[in-house]
Design a protein around this ligand. Sequence first.
Ligand SMILES: [Zn+2]
Length: 430
Amino acid sequence: MNCVFLFILFLFPFSAFSGAFLWDLTKTNDRIQRKWQRPHLRWQYNPDNASAGIQAIIQNALQAWEQQSTAQISDEFMGTTKEGPQNDTNLTVFFNINPITYGAPVNVVAYTLLNTRGDGFLKNAADGPIVNANILLNPTLTSQWQTTPSTDPTQLDLQQIITHEIGHAFGLAHSFLVDSIMYPAVPLPNTSAELKAVFRTPKRTLAQDDTAWIEMLYPVQNFDELTAQIAGRVTLGSQGFTGAHVIAVKTDEQDLAFTFLSQGGNPTLMTKGLQNVSTFSENNGNFQIKGLKPGTYRMIAQSGTSFLNFGLANVNAYLNQFGTPGIFPLEFWKNPDCAATSALSNSNFSDSLTASSTFTLTANQAYCGIDIVAHTGDTVCGNQPSLQTNCNDDGGCSLNPSAGMPNYVLILEISLFLLLILGLRKQRAN
Ligand SMILES: [Zn+2]
């Protein structure tokens, strides 16, 4: 895996919820959620090597986040700059700097550097909120940038890529939901047709997965009243499982589809659907998802450690560090869960889908205490979930106030387009 990660972390003792947030540890090993204190992004770009019309493309990418969510975010264009990455308070987009310069793998498509409030610039330690972001579009790919929407998922659509990187700039991590703008990969031309067919095109708009997470990060005051939420725990052999990919599948959406795909390992279930929202189970197996649209849902849990060839390393360094070793069997949630059942497979999928439990939520409702139990042959019995107005809001939407705001800076390399990486490896092998 061509991933470079930040720094050695150790287990943070209390239970909290992760998912598509960027989680990190402060210098004093307090867990911290990366976000701007005031998410009014002042942005600029360096025109060197930039594609024609790039200002409108960046503006469109920002507007996708602002107009397709209720998140309290805004932006302001500050002009162009000929400087390199600076320790300013702007978001700056570059087309003339190879991300390798800042530690990225050679084959990354784009790279987002985040700096937190600190006493230096581009250092690997940080306690404060995000104060500066720089997005580097890999200049070795300049000839491949596309500026018009394409129905070919292998095209490098600049607006799609910049929308993705802006998600990181706001403080979001990757998602394994393939329709999410925060999905970390695009297929290569030599990727199988079966896998290519799973990607939506053009991909310039947010999925509900993106919308929910940006709204969780910068919520309007009545966010909880407007949306629904779920919470529960994933266990394997009675132990909490950290790093399971947990999906709230909205059953009453039109574009819902499931595909089993293998990239040389165990088949991975790809879940399509623009209204689904996913997270990753946190310490002790706990999970929470907010920002769900009212409707009827099913739950799926699968291993995050080997999702296609991505794994938790491509989601969030924090989860990669603390994820439970081993593979979580692919499961639909059933309640009550009192019988040993084989793990979900391609052959039993339809029957398992029929047998799985659904629940219906309206706005301002929370379904709490969902026990997702990996079937290892044990006879188990999950708790009865309860319908509430919230699930003891441990997740929080603000920075850890006890961390203080001393002086550190962080580089976060986030974007790794793995299928491209595999392709470049292949080229080298040739
Ligand atoms: Zn990324």
